[in-house]
Design a protein around this ligand. Structure first.
Ligand code: ATP
Length: 448
């Protein structure tokens, strides 16, 4: 859906090209022509994605005494997926255009009578159900009894372990279990770069609360926390919305649901879903496994099934969002009237892959190179740093394009005044800072 007056300032082609040029994201197995729905993270992308995951983990696990971390296996007993409903219901409807042979998800078509690619009228096949789970075999036999699934979400690993976790962690509701891990969906139409993948990572928080009338408060608190998280990491508020699902849009068992959406270059797209799922998930596993997963409350000596508030965020989509949201193109005019363009990624300093770049002004002056390298290695244990040398204009341009907030240059004066030129990405202000004061200066700006 279009939002009047609000447009992304970058195209997906520009993002894809920048991601490849600077080593954020590459097409998987590119030398063999690629494979649809799979991507690899390059040197900078791997750090960016790790920083996004760490930021999520820090906020939702490390800083909370009511949430514990978890890490479950990707392949689980196939009955897990029977109980969760994925075997019977995790379908999308697939439809083909008989003229151009392109395939679509029927719920993604704006007009069910006309092919969006070739324009043919009434050329679609009947919709067919298509299960999105990827299958594999466990053990040496490739028969039905050995069939297993690559998990399409991480949450079920938490539900089947619910009792193990609350007993071993000695927790009682309200408390949460969080994990970040790979999920797999055989999407009919992967696309929009890393937005819709067949292999991706999810960060899921399952927060269990007692049925004491305060469950909707807990739901709203989690929505507020997630809002704050996006805002803390600088995602532009006019490009983010929290869409409240109507009863008809929610699954029948869900009491409330919010989709967190970002305004991507092609329109609004889901980043995360936050849902009040009641007792649906634990009930389903108790029914099929015949195991009691209820919580035993010592105080009242009663068993009860806690209600569940779930937040499920895609880490690849969030990383892509950070990349798009940070993108800015600036045109400046020098005193001679010459226009220059710079592309800047304004990453939040906490997630920027490189926080401090250290340059030697000249490549062939050993005293400058040695000094710059010594400064860089001294800062390395505390900050994400990178050493580079050469033409200063090119060095700044390269660091702007990868979103480095601070650049330090060692020049001839450094040898006399023991100071470096510090340039900030956002203000482009330059100042001399003594080497002994660097750590304090950087801590103020980067650790925040
Ligand atoms: P969509 O409607 O876009 O297919 P969904 O509603 O099926 O998404 P959920 O099952 O709610 O997604 O999964 C939670 C989150 O996992 C999503 O908000 C998204 O960030 C991420 N996610 C889901 N499917 C994919 C995918 N194919 N590629 C990348 N991330 C995904």
């Amino acid at each position: 859906m279009e939002t009047p007056g609000l447009k992304s300032n970058v195209t997906m082609d520009e993002i894809t090209a920048l991601a490849k040029r600077r080593g954020f994201i590459f097409q998987s197995s590119e030398i063999y022509g690629g494979i649809g729905g799979f991507y690899d993270y390059g040197p900078l992308g791997a750090i960016l994605k790790r920083n996004v995951k760490d930021a999520w983990w820090r906020e939702n696990v490390e800083l909370r005494d009511d949430v514990v971390g978890f890490d479950s296996s990707i392949i689980m007993h196939p009955l897990t997926w029977k109980a969760s409903g994925h075997i019977d219901q995790f379908h999308d409807q697939m439809i083909d255009c008989k003229v151009c042979k392109h395939r679509f998800r029927s719920d993604h078509l704006k007009d069910a009578t006309q092919c969006p690619d070739c324009g043919s009228k009434n050329s679609f096949t009947e919709p067919r159900n298509f299960n999105l789970m990827l299958k594999t075999f466990v053990g040496p036999m490739e028969d039905t009894a050995s069939e297993a699934y690559l998990r399409p979400e991480t949450a079920q690993g938490i539900f089947v372990n619910f009792k193990n976790v609350f007993q071993s962690a000695r927790k009682k509701p309200p408390f949460g279990i969080a994990q970040i891990g790979k999920s797999f969906r055989n999407e009919i139409t992967p696309g929009n770069f890393t937005y819709r993948l067949r292999e991706f990572e999810q960060a899921e928080l399952e927060y269990f609360v007692p049925d004491d009338g305060k469950d909707m408060d807990a739901f709203r608190e989690w929505v507020d926390r997630r809002k704050k998280w996006y805002s803390d990491y600088g995602v532009k508020s006019d490009r983010l919305r929290f869409y409240e699902l109507t009863q008809a849009e929610r699954p029948h068992y869900a009491k409330a649901g919010i989709d967190v959406e970002y305004l991507f270059p092609w329109g609004w797209g889901e980043l995360e879903s936050i849902a009040h799922r009641g007792t649906y998930d634990l009930d389903a596993h108790m029914e099929l496994s015949k195991k009691d997963l209820r919580f035993f409350d010592e105080a009242s000596k009663t068993h009860y099934t806690p209600l569940l508030i779930e937040s499920s965020a895609g880490m690849d989509r969030t990383t892509l969002t950070m990349l798009i949201d940070a993108f800015e193109r600036e045109i400046s005019v020098d005193p001679n009237g010459k226009q220059t363009e710079r592309i800047v990624l304004r990453f939040h300093p906490k997630i920027a892959p490189v926080q401090v770049a250290v340059f030697s002004l000249a490549r062939n002056k050993p005293e400058l190179v040695e000094r710059a390298r010594a400064i860089e290695s001294g800062l390395r244990p505390s900050y994400r740093t990178q050493y580079d040398e050469g033409n200063i204009g090119q060095l700044y341009r390269r660091q702007d394009e990868i979103g480095t907030p601070i650049c330090l240059t060692v020049d001839y004066e450094t040898l006399d005044d023991r100071a470096v030129t510090v340039r900030e990405r956002d203000t482009m202000r330059q100042e001399r800072i003594e080497i002994d004061r660097l750590d304090t200066y950087l801590r103020d700006r980067l650790r925040g």
